[in-house]
Design a protein around this ligand. Structure first.
Ligand code: ADP
Ligand code: ASP
Ligand code: MG
Length: 595
């Protein structure tokens, strides 16, 4: 019998009428001959209200008690939803996370699912019930209630769809589907017919709050097709599947993370272990670090910039103050008025000039770029918060995201099937044997045919990055990694990028010529670099990977020259003669995580 998981978000169960409407949708699916599992969030803004309530009695409430409190939001919804189904003449049973058998680790407020036992759900379904599951919650080994992080009901839904081998996982929400960017920020955003797991994973992590990023990790790992659609109408929605909407588009969507903060540590001794020390201190305090940019320094000193969520700045600054002392850096600056704008697309890995295009769009809007980081399928820049929306609009417009791609895959092309029977058996065995959300890496590799170019003392003004990469693209030079750091001390920035080694001489010559035009103080480069990449799923939410890489390399006395991180991959650049040795250290360090 086909099985469908239907998830209803907060707005979709905000009042009794909406709960009844959701119950009708579930009943309709059952009448169509399907077994139905409904996952619900807390009603409306109940989770926010509970958080607010907690803060009124305690500035920093204990995380365990926070989970005890927040889980009640979903408990209210499941009971009401089950009652609604009964009132319409059908049977339903509501279950909390613990009753569902969702076992998690003990990381309160951001727990990861370890296992789910499907027996009870299956029994209830076989008896003809609609099963109403509380989203966002689980239970640890000591029977403590845990929650999965804000937006975590999506993850409950996809995880249940995976273990139950559902035919579909429908995410019913307050928009018609996944848009090219948040339609509440930019009304010109366009709804996509489909998007790939990889693109959605990046977008979700870069600010597209429509899906919880960890739900997409699950979906990709276990091949669950997701169907995002409106709770309030029957429009088609968006499929999240293996293949995206258009095979040829470089960019499929854009996202903004509004409330970011930047920290720049200046004068960090450029020697193995310095950055490791800094990030270890931050990791110990569970601070989420993003956009790490380490620029090749002057006089054996480097600048390290990174961003943290604005609300974590105070904690981060405290840790950084200690780190500055420990590593002997000169000092640090901070700015909590910044936002991150990103574009994402599988196609950008194959096309040149995408970065330059984005930088130009922002420059033409007269907006200064403070930091840049790139990876294979995403580009992120940091701008001042007051200019963030204008930057998002400029980028969205310039990549023509409002226009449907001409080669868009037709909607009636069915999503690929769920895993085959053999896949399913392996999957179930996997689930029994290991954590569902365990870090799994697909590859650790070394590329050593690249070179690095670094521009030092670059004026921090709008258009500079666009001009530089325009010139590089005009010469047909293929740029891979780009990082631009922020130098809060001298009002200058530094830009480093990697190119094929065969184009090194040409690029150096060109940069020397353009130095005075761009008012760049110094051009520096290295023909001998190696890029090491660790690939997998959800590497940013498993922050231990970047830290682990730093640690291993520091212990081996290998200096990290550049780094970039994304959901799918962490890349570091080291001297080429250290490449092979670094590779084997990394393979040893992550041996247990390789699949
Ligand atoms: P739910 O309560 O149903 O989980 P959320 O508020 O978590 O709903 O997610 C839906 C919201 O996500 C939308 O109202 C929209 O403002 C926001 N959003 C952000 N980025 C996107 C995007 N790219 N496409 C669609 N919605 C987006
Ligand atoms: N109620 C939780 C939240 O608001 C979980 C969710 O809605 O997905 O974050
Ligand atoms: Mg949500």
């Amino acid at each position: 019998m086909p099985l469908v998981v239907q998830k209803f978000g907060g707005t979709s169960v905000a009042d009794p009428e909406k709960i009844l409407a959701a119950a009708r949708k579930a009943i309709r699916a059952q009448q169509e001959g399907k077994q139905v599992v409904v996952v619900v969030s807390a009603m409306g803004h109940n989770t926010d209200l509970l958080i607010d309530l907690a803060r009124q009695v305690n500035d920093s409430p204990p995380a365990r008690e926070m989970d005890m409190l927040l889980s009640t939001g979903e408990q209210v919804s499941v009971a009401l939803m089950a009652m609604a189904v009964h009132s319409l003449g059908y049977s339903a049973v509501s279950l909390t996370g613990a009753q569902l058998g969702i076992q998690t680790d003990s990381a309160f407020t951001k727990a990861r699912i370890r296992t789910i036992s499907a027996d009870r759900i299956q029994r209830l379904l076989s008896d003809g019930n609609i099963v109403i599951a509380a989203g966002f919650q689980g239970i640890d080994d000591d029977l403590n209630i845990t929650t999965l992080g804000r937006g975590g009901s999506d993850t409950t839904a996809v995880a249940l769809a995976a273990v139950l081998h559902a035919d579909a996982c429908e995410i019913h929400t307050d928009v018609d589907g996944v848009y090219t960017t948040d339609p509440r920020q930019l009304p010109e955003a366009r709804q996509m017919s489909r998007i790939s797991y990889d693109e959605m994973l990046e977008l979700a992590s870069l600010g597209a709050g429509v899906m919880h990023n960890r739900s997409i990790e699950f979906a990709k790992k276990y091949g669950v097709p997701i169907h995002v659609r409106s709770s309030f109408s029957d429009t088609r929605g968006t499929l999240i599947v293996t293949e995206g909407e258009s095979p040829s588009s470089a960019v499929c969507g854009a996202a903004m993370t509004r409330d970011e903060a930047r920290i720049t540590i200046a004068g960090v001794p450029d020697e193995p272990g310095s950055s490791c020390e800094i990030f270890k201190l931050l990791a110990e305090r569970k601070i989420t670090v993003d956009m790490i940019v380490q620029n090749v320094g002057q006089e054996n000193r480097a600048d390290i910039s990174f961003t943290v969520p604005k609300e974590e700045l105070k904690k981060a600054a405290k840790a950084v103050r200690e780190a500055v002392q420990i590593v002997g850096a000169t000092g640090f600056t901070q700015d909590d008025e910044v936002s991150k704008i990103s574009v994402v697309g599988l196609g950008m890995a194959e096309q040149t000039g995408v970065a330059e295009h984005m930088f130009r769009a922002i420059a033409d809007a007269g907006i200064n770029i403070q930091m840049i980081t790139t990876s294979e399928i995403k580009l992120s820049v940091l701008v001042s918060r007051t200019e963030a929306l204008a930057a998002l609009r400029a980028v969205h417009q310039s990549f023509q995201l409002s226009r449907r791609p001409t080669d868009a895959v037709a909607w009636d092309v069915l999503p690929e099937r769920m895993p085959t029977q053999a896949d399913l058996e392996k999957l179930v065995a996997d689930l029994r044997a290991a954590d569902m959300e365990q870090l799994s890496l697909s590859d650790i590799s070394l590329v050593d045919d690249q070179a690095r170019i670094t521009l030092l003392g670059v004026p921090d003004s709008p258009g500079l990055a666009a001009d530089v990469f325009d010139a590089v693209a005009a010469q047909g030079i293929f740029v891979d990694m780009i990082v631009q750091s922020y130098d809060g001390f001298q009002g200058e920035t530094g830009i480093s990028f990697t190119i094929p080694r065969t184009q090194y001489a040409q690029c150096m010559e060109m940069m020397e010529e353009l130095k005075s035009k761009f008012s760049v103080r110094r051009v520096q480069g290295s023909e001998d670099i190696a890029k090491l990449s660790v690939s997998g799923i959800g590497l940013r939410s498993h922050t231990s990977v970047a830290i682990g890489m730093f640690q291993v390399l520091a212990e081996a006395g290998i200096n990290v020259e550049m780094i970039n991180t994304s959901e799918l991959r962490v890349n570091v650049v080291v001297e080429s003669r250290a490449g092979q040795e670094a590779l084997s250290w990394l393979r040893t360090r992550f041996a247990d995580n390789l699949i």
